[in-house]
Design a protein around this ligand. Structure first.
Ligand SMILES: *Cc1c(COP(=O)(O)O)cnc(C)c1O
Length: 405
């Protein structure tokens, strides 16, 4: 029997998908580099990068090649068996970072879930089952499982789902005194994004990160860095912690790790990993050969001086263009972030208009992101062509003129 041909449009979304998203009015069907085309053939420049995921643009030839080759070789085995791409990727991540052990999963939330469970388990095994307090930060985002929304701590994501995991405390970001006031010997971990992404593209200060490391050491607590968004070259270093002169105990990475193929990883040390044993934690798909082969290809390209140094040059082009827009239209109170994770905070007179500007930008042919109601966020490909930055910014200016001028 021939497969039924189903015609789909944006309206189909409202009929068939669980209404937890409000996607743009156009449906992308094709991408190449930093350009995307919709069902009508309209072209967009992509400054959104699939939310900091497609770090090498769309359909990068090396990633396509890795996917095809592995796709014709071996897709999946489960963790009842190991596989070569996972072992190679783990080795390369270890060689490139502080880490000595890797756990693979499929999404940022799952990597964080593993990290939080490991931090609690390590404290239980090495210290005491009562050493369970997790310190996290206001406006944090760590994913959508019940544990990760609880550590994230934003009521809009965590309320309405029944009892939450207990013993999690939230204090203001970049406020070391607030952490000092709540940390004690019952604290198992401090969980922090080196650059808060969803929370408004806010980098941690060096003083804050170094202070957190010191407080963790004083209280036998683990420093858990959520680099799901800030990692894999986004900040101009492979991982953002390298900017701060501190080493984490546990680090999570996802988004750009697979360049668009779903895969995540939790990195840690031998000492912390040593409390784990077969069966204590796991996943069916995590470390899947297909995912790991693509991630290995992405890491091979991202972790090179050419790509990492190119991030700073491209950031400069974005910042100059945003400053020029600001000079023309008096738009932004702050242009911030690190590398190609860029936040442009709207001035009070434009408060609440970020989503309108995003929609107008799409209309004008450029895909951008927001972080909250007042911050425009840009997370383009790390290898975006300078000409695409210029063209995309020209289109963004058209949107600004239409919505805010
Ligand atoms: C996106 C994100 C997550 C969640 O990742 P998913 O793949 O959506 O589960 C967690 N932490 C941070 C910092 C993120 O940006």
């Amino acid at each position: 029997m021939a497969a039924e041909k189903i015609a789909v449009t944006r309206a189909t979304f409202d009929e068939v998908i669980l209404p937890v998203y409000a996607p743009a009015q156009f449906v992308p069907v094709k991408g190449k580099g930093s350009r995307v085309w919709d069902q009508q053939g309209k072209e967009y420049i992509d400054f959104s990068g699939g939310i900091a995921v497609t770090a090498l643009g769309h359909c990068h030839p090396a990633l396509v090649e890795a996917l095809k080759t592995q796709g014709e070789t071996l897709w999946h085995t489960s963790n009842v068996f190991t596989n070569e791409p996972a072992l190679r990727l783990a080795t390369k991540l270890i060689n490139a970072t502080f880490a000595e052990r890797v756990f693979f999963a499929n999404s940022g939330a799952e990597a964080n879930e593993a990290a939080f469970k490991l931090a609690r388990y390590y404290a239980t095994k090495r210290h005491s089952p009562f050493k369970s307090k997790i310190i996290a930060f206001h406006n944090a985002f760590h994913g959508r499982t019940l544990f990760t929304v609880s550590v994230g701590g934003q009521p809009k994501y965590s309320d309405g789902f029944g009892p939450k995991p207990a013993d999690i405390i939230h204090v203001p970001f970049n406020d070391l005194a607030a952490v000092k006031a709540v940390i004690d010997d019952h604290t198992c971990a401090i969980v922090v994004e080196p650059i808060q992404g969803e929370g408004g593209v806010l980098p941690a200060t060096a003083e804050f990160m170094q202070g957190l490391r010191q407080l963790c050491d004083e209280h036998n607590a683990l420093l858990v860095l959520d680099e799901v968004q800030s990692g894999m070259g986004r900040s101009g270093k492979l991982f953002a912690y390298e900017h701060y002169g501190v080493q984490p105990d546990i680090l999570t990475t996802a988004k750009a790790l697979g360049g668009g193929f779903p895969v995540s990883a939790m990195l840690t040390t031998n000492e912390i990993a040593s409390v784990m044993a077969p069966g204590v934690h796991g996943t069916t798909y995590g470390g899947n050969p297909l995912a790991c082969a693509v991630a290995e290809a992405a890491l091979d390209i991202i972790n090179t001086p050419e790509v990492l140094e190119g991030v700073a040059e491209r950031r400069q082009l974005f910042v100059e263009a945003l400053e020029a827009l600001d000079a023309r239209f008096d738009l932004f109170s702050d242009i911030r972030g690190k590398g190609l994770l860029i936040g442009a905070a709207l001035k009070p007179q434009h408060a609440g208009r970020a989503r309108d500007l995003l929609n107008a930008a799409a209309e004008a042919g450029v895909m951008v992101l927001v972080a909250g109601t007042d911050v425009m966020r840009f997370a383009p490909s790390l290898v975006i062509e300078p000409t695409d930055i210029a063209e995309g910014m020209a289109r963004f200016a058209v949107a600004v003129e239409k919505v805010l001028a």
